[in-house]
Design a protein around this ligand. Sequence first.
Ligand code: SF4
Length: 787
Amino acid sequence: MPSASVYTVAVRALCEFTAKRGDLDLRFTPSPTGAEGVEGHGVVTARRGVGYQTEVALSGDWGPLRVRGRADGWDPVARRLEEIKTYRGDLAHVPDNHRQLHWAQARVYGALICHQLGLQQVALALVYYNIDTRQETVFTETGEAATLQAFFEEQCRHFAAWSAQETAHRAARDEALRALAFPMPAFRTGQRELAEAVYRAARAGRCLMAQAPTGIGKTVGTLFPLLRAMPPDASRAGSGLDKVFYLAAKTPGRQLALDALQSLRAGLPKAPLRVLELVARDKACEHPDKACHGESCPLARGFYDRLSAARQAAVDAAGAGLLARERVRAVALQHQVCPYYLAQELARWADAVVGDYNYWFDTSALLFALTQMDGWRVAVLVDEAHNLVERARSMYSAELEQGALRALRRSAAPVSPPLKRALDRLNRHWNALQREQRTPYAASQALPDAFVEALNRTLATLTDLQADQPALAGELALSGADLQRFYFDALHFARLAESFGPHSLFDITLRPGRAPLPERPAASTLCIRNLVPAPHLQPRLAAAQAVVLFSATLSPQAYHADLLGLPANTAWIDVPSPFTARQLSVGVARHISTRWADRSRSLAPIVDAIAGQFAARPGLYLAFFSSYDYLDQVFALLREQHPDLPCWEQQRQMPEAAREAFLARFMPGAQGVGFAVLGGAFAEGIDLPGERLIGAFIATLGLPQVNPVNEQIRARMEAVFVGRGYDYTYLYPGLQKVVQAAGRVIRSPVDEGVLVLMDDRFSRAEVRALLPAWWEARETGSEQFRE
Ligand code: SF4
């Protein structure tokens, strides 16, 4: 076992650090998926002879450095070591600096195997395998052991100063974290219980679901124990954490985590904790009109030549404060490198990373990929985890619009006949798919193989065309066609098609207004719709030492555990609410039915209830509805009947400034009712304590609309989770939205307020069972509810 002073580095990470030069160039991407890469390696190695070895574990030391990795292939008879790379398109378009990196890896492996087997010479082969054509191109060289050893030592020397710095940083960090004190004078009610459960999960290496109410300080309450769990325990081999990832569904959650880490960091002498914020490309990009390669973007040109200085400057800057978006940007611009890709590099060297769910759970998640490559021990915190089911479904779903394909075909005709031909072929397959369809929507449990094959062929053509004609996308853009967008959508679709299974369905939605006739095919949308994300998420859950999913609304536990694929030994904690029934008057207006058939009859009593409550206790309220249409109808009637009652409404696709203006009306001393939709921007993640919000009205149970898609989901849920089809599709997601929205009213132990649940179904036992235990709902008739 290496001692604490040994710094272990993967061959690939070492070479990426030492041997990458020149421009950042993403024209060669998208590269094959991980699954395609694995399959490609399998194809190549299966072609080799008897005795050929794969995944050969190799390691070697140089001073305090331990370099290790797995060589792709070794032929002991020919004494040939192979490094296999999969790719798409034209091999000539692999940038030189990528090839140099591949050779560096092969040479380091060559040195390690010569040393390990006592060889004087070895043959080195770079095998490039084309995923689409299934052909290999092989480059070879002969490596003398002494030359390879010199190369290996040169890489190690290059890395030595950095690894020494990292070793010292890690030691200082762990020592400081051992003494980390809780940053508040005392734990809040329930906060200690939560923190202890998180700590136990991290030490035991398991998942934890933590349902904990608003206001107990969940962010600090989960980060603090994980930081305390980072230093290894001297008595337990393989204990401790390399990194903590805090993943949020929305931007405000990220900011809360950064604030909490700031306060925790302030308690560490010399603050040796590197905290990094990852933001989306469109927020970090300095040249949104350019492409990510040196011929287009100045911050990509010579990126790797300047990266070393920028990386050191960023790490130095981390001592002075969080590596939040602005600080990373300042360092990047000072060194003239791209801030977005600099942040990605810094993820390797940060102790705590704050970012979106995508970075761990998505199909091409950066943090997940780095963790796998470098063998990190990480803990993953999933904030507002009730969002993960829907977010994961969308990550593993893909849509293709036929309208986009047709627009592209039209634009391609004068610009690129080969492109036009490829798109024509795909369009014919597409039309054939829907020729027999007589209903607007049809779902299937199987993928149309012929179409998927045609899509893959089209993708191969598009890859080659774009590589041969880099200006092609720009030329098409002049006529309004978005080749890149179509390409990436198609690629995502094709990749998800590879892992299609009972967790998803394939559906076709015909666009309205065009009756499908053989001579006049309708345009349609094709969708791979993920329903049960569990099979996709399980490898991600397994790759972390601990995953903590926390939220105020994780009930019913089984619903989330089933859909997310949590392991059977996942721990569960339900932290009791510090709030009391005295703080929140909950009324069920059971004289109102918000069922679809009763909607028009419900408008007047809803308006009466809102206006009556407001008259009895003027102040600031939120009124939630299940749809914009419903919201608009009630809003219009309230305005008509009570023109003096101040009210304002959430808009469809509200820009950020308008959202801020909506919230700005919730100021102490103000009065009125903000109308919003359940599940929307104002139904969770906003904090309006005290007088800023004294009550909420919730019309409907938030049940998703009954439509063909949801009915398909219900049927699939019923098949997979027998007896749970309706609950998993409608009831649980709906009530979760209700509880989230209602949670806006009481934000602290001193808040008091009113909640009016408008629908008779809130009286039912099965619905009541899904509401927080501390609520004491009273039924009201047509009389007003005016606590
Ligand atoms: S600045 Fe923008 S265009 Fe340039 S490399 Fe970065 S992300 Fe790409």
